[in-house]
Design a protein around this ligand. Structure first.
Ligand code: BGC
Length: 859
């Protein structure tokens, strides 16, 4: 028995830890009869635990999550190690498990922001170099660099990259919330003279960004700020940070923006610029830029990085003669290449997602985003280059200029996403379903770049709240995204309107543009659409359910409450109305050419209003708030209003759309579930078994069916082939989830290029159902953190087996199902500290305690 894994604030090796942080640990236990009687943890300043700063002693408690660090005298900006052991009966103290390192937060950001940009740079997106040399006179014990920028930046100490973070400091509502990144640079600084080098680019902050086509969304000038704390062997310490000695110069990155790509001119490189002894010619002093240090907080983790590297699968010669690299996978990131060209030789790459009907490169769906990378060689041998300040959404790359012979080995696709542990695995006997889950995971990777984006390729790539809300539970199954969403919810709350309205996109770069642009969306309303704005309530609640973290509810409570109060303010009976609503976005029952599905907007608002108030009541209850009853009453009243309006005397629904029925069933708004479920089945039959739902109905379709006694129909729907269906895109060769059911039509033609992303995770939200119902890994209604696991034993759709696992906060849950004649054979792993119930056709079959079990369920 040992503690196997520790996480602080749900992260491994976190930064920015404070005494408000909490930790948890997973117990690896082969002897399930031992009962935990207590835990003990130690904090040390060294990995060997020779210098122990804190020892909790055995704390009599069964807790394994949410353990507070408030007693520990943590100093700011220090690297520490934590280890944990448990006391059991029988057994005694287990001994300590594997330690984990972490770095504490800086308390207050003091360093100035320096801009390398001069007046004439306001309209440009060229990067700048900044450098400063400094002396260290004593022996160094440790050095930790905290850095951030308005823009995107990279840093070097004595010529070495200080970290492997990409696109830092990420995308936040910069003037309200800016994150600094932490790097341990102990091995890079030296006694004597040192140099810090920085390259800053435009990024989300200053480059053209957002579908309104505006630049300078947050400011006209990029800036950089850093503080490096150097601790000396003699016990003293010193802070070295941005100061007036920083000198600036143009960088070889002559252009770089999120949508359009990057132009790198290697002829402008200045060898040695980020090392000691470089002679600055035509460099100039950086200027101070007014920016508040109060909004600067530590990035705790979930750093964007190159998480995977893919090789070229095939070099294609298109019918029109173009040379195209095919990486075999739609992805987000950039291409790194190795090139040997004469001076002035040019490389030009254009990234795109799909081939057109004739098998040529298709750029139209990128809209205005160029996704182009240009590199000019300086001609002194081989160079390796990857873009610094941009990313592309692509599977294919058109190479229009390449010096010399082109070979596949010269290129690598660097897949960039926020670092999150992979927690959910699924496999079954149907390869198309496996591919669908794989595509969902790839769309998550492609759109979890610091904020949950709608898509990574066209001139959009923004944090649409609705998409994130729909996908959140699926995301939580697939990867540990607690920190990813926690950080984004901070921006959601900060960008919320005074009256509680929730922006359509977070960070909100459109709301204050109403007077500047003529855009239908902006003029019709930039916030508060049903199902989109409900992200404010649904996402914190979902995180609480998956991670059992009350603090996320605590942190978001006012924001959640404000959203419900917004709906109350705009209430008209059981529903509410406010400017632009998206309804059941892109549903196929829409009128020809329209994006708005046939389900009435008021029905969607009404259903979500009731649902959010129900979750609000639960959240208030968890936190012991007095409003709990008020929200329960509100929910009941709204559900009643919903029934009065939409339910006929015989219990059927009077709105005949699939989505109307799905919402009514899934949000528990109807009394005669059977009747409504029959109505849904009828509507499905009318479509020959195909779904015609959009963003609102699709995620819950299978849930609504299986939750109302129609498990077979749910399997049938999932396994449906042909257009429109989940498997239609899989069988059409998709490697990610498409935005439209008919992204590519059966005849090879495409949906309008105006809105046709091939990497849009929303419809992948069915993966939550796949994990719960096919995989068999769910949890009971009142369970959080999977402490009471619900194992669904049914294996429908003619599947012969399924394997699923999920790394919960208590450890790994695994369920293998196998059809054995008329029975389902189950092999199950229940982690220490949890219990499980096996259910079949809605009935509890057996309760299981932690451990490994094998059983058969008769069908
Ligand atoms: C986005 C969607 C988003 C929608 C809102 C689109 O442009 O790509 O995913 O939710 O607008 O209507």
């Amino acid at each position: 028995m040992k503690t196997d894994l520790i996480y602080i604030d749900y992260l491994q090796y976190p930064h920015g830890v404070t005494c408000a942080s909490q930790f948890g640990f997973v117990v690896e236990n082969e002897n399930y009869d031992c009962i935990q009687k207590g835990y003990r943890f130690q904090i040390a300043s060294d990995l060997e635990f020779e210098c122990i700063l804190y020892d909790s002693g055995v704390v009599p408690s069964v807790k394994r999550t949410g353990v507070s660090l408030s007693e520990v005298p943590l100093r700011e900006l220090k690297k520490y190690y934590i280890r944990v052991g448990i006391k059991t009966e029988p057994g005694g103290f287990s001994g300590f498990g594997k330690p984990m390192g972490f770095i504490t937060a800086k308390e207050k950001w003091m360093a100035p922001f320096l801009t390398p940009d001069t007046k004439k740079e306001d309209e440009k997106s060229a990067a700048k170099l900044m450098r400063m040399e400094f002396d260290i006179e004593k022996d160094i014990e440790s050095a930790i660099l905290c850095s951030t920028a308005l823009g995107i930046y990279h840093t070097w100490v004595n010529g070495t990259r200080t970290h492997d973070y990409e696109l830092a400091p990420g995308f936040t509502s910069y003037h309200k919330h800016l994150l600094y990144q932490t790097s341990d640079v102990t091995n890079m600084v030296q006694k004597g003279r040192n140099c810090i080098g920085v390259m800053v680019g435009a990024g989300w902050y200053k480059g053209e960004f957002g579908f309104l086509g505006l630049r300078n969304n947050f400011g006209c000038k990029t800036a950089f700020s850093c503080e490096m704390e150097v601790c000396y062997a003699d016990g003293t310490s010193e802070i070295i940070g941005t100061n007036k000695e920083f000198q600036c110069c143009d960088a070889p990155v002559v252009f770089s923006e999120i949508y359009d790509g990057e132009i790198y001119d290697a002829r402008l490189e200045q060898p040695g610029w980020n090392k000691v002894g470089f002679v600055e010619r035509n460099w100039y002093a950086a200027q101070t830029l007014e920016a508040s240090g109060d909004v600067v907080l530590a990035q705790k983790g979930s750093y964007m990085k190159v998480m995977e590297r893919l090789s070229v699968k095939e070099i294609l010669r298109a019918p029109n003669g173009d040379i195209i690299l095919d990486f075999g996978q739609n992805l987000t990131g950039f291409v790194e290449f190795r090139v040997k060209g004469k001076q002035n030789a040019k490389v030009e790459l254009r990234c795109f997602e799909v081939l057109d009907q004739k098998q040529n490169a298709y750029f139209d769906n990128l809209r205005k985003a160029k996704q182009k990378v240009v590199y000019y060689c300086k001609g002194d041998g081989e160079a390796v280059y990857a873009p610094y300040f941009t990313f592309q959404g692509f599977r294919y790359v058109l190479v229009s200029d390449w010096p010399g012979e082109l070979d596949a080995e010269s290129f690598v696709a660097c897949v960039v996403y926020s670092q999150m542990e992979h927690t959910g695995y699924f496999e079954c006997s149907n390869n198309d379903i496996n591919q669908l889950v794989k595509n969902t995971l790839w769309s998550m990777k492609g759109n979890f770049l610091d904020v949950p984006t709608d898509c990574p390729q066209r001139n959009e790539r923004v944090g649409w709240t609705g998409d994130a809300q729909i996908f959140c539970a699926t995301a939580c199954y697939l990867m540990n995204c607690h920190e990813f969403f926690r950080k984004w919810l901070v921006d959601l709350a900060l960008d919320q309107e005074q009256d509680g309205g929730v922006p359509h996109i977070v960070p909100d770069i459109i709301s204050d543009k109403v007077r500047l642009v003529e855009d239908w969306l902006v003029s019709r309303g930039t916030h508060s659409a049903a199902a989109w704005a409900d992200a404010a309530v649904i996402i914190p609640w979902t995180l609480y359910c998956f991670y059992g973290d009350k603090s996320i509810l605590e942190a978001q409570y006012e924001s959640m409450k404000a959203w419900v109060s917004f709906m109350e303010t705009h209430r008209e009976g059981h529903t509410w109305c406010y400017r632009l609503q998206f309804g059941d976005w892109v549903a196929l029952d829409a009128e020809q050419g329209s994006y708005f599905g046939a389900t009435p907007e008021e029905l969607v608002s009404s259903a979500y209003f009731a649902y959010s108030s129900r979750l609000m009541a639960k959240a208030a209850q968890v936190l012991g708030r007095k409003e709990a009853q008020k929200y329960t009453d509100l929910n009941e009243e709204l559900a009643k209003g919903f029934r009065n309006k939409y339910i006929n005397g015989d219990g059927s629904m009077n709105v005949k759309t699939q989505t109307a029925h799905i919402l009514a069933l899934h949000f528990g708004l109807v009394e005669d579930r059977e009747k409504v479920a029959d109505g849904l089945i009828e509507l499905l039959e009318k479509e020959n078994g195909h779904l015609v739902t959009g963003f609102v109905g699709t995620p819950y379709f299978c849930h609504a069916l299986s939750g109302s006694g129609h498990m077979d129909a749910a399997y049938e729907l999932l396994l449906k082939e042909g257009y429109p269906s989940w498997l239609y895109q899989v069988q059409s060769g998709a490697t990610t989830i498409w935005e439209h059911w008919d992204g590519v039509r059966p005849d090879g033609s495409m949906w309008s290029p105006e809105m046709n992303s091939f990497n849009h995770y929303a419809y992948g939200a069915v993966t939550e159902w796949i994990f719960k119902q096919i995989g068999g890994i769910g949890q009971s209604e009142d369970s959080v953190g999977f402490e009471n696991i619900l194992i669904e034993a049914e294996l429908g759709g003619g599947l012969s087996y399924s394997h699923a696992s999920y790394a919960s906060i208590y450890g790994e849950i695994a369920v293998h199902k196998k059809r054995i004649g008329n029975a389902i054979g189950l092999e199950v792993r229940i982690p220490y500290g949890t219990t499980a119930e096996v259910v079949y056709k809605g009935k509890m079959i057996v309760q299981l305690l932690p451990g490994k079990h094998q059983l058969e369920v008769a069908t």
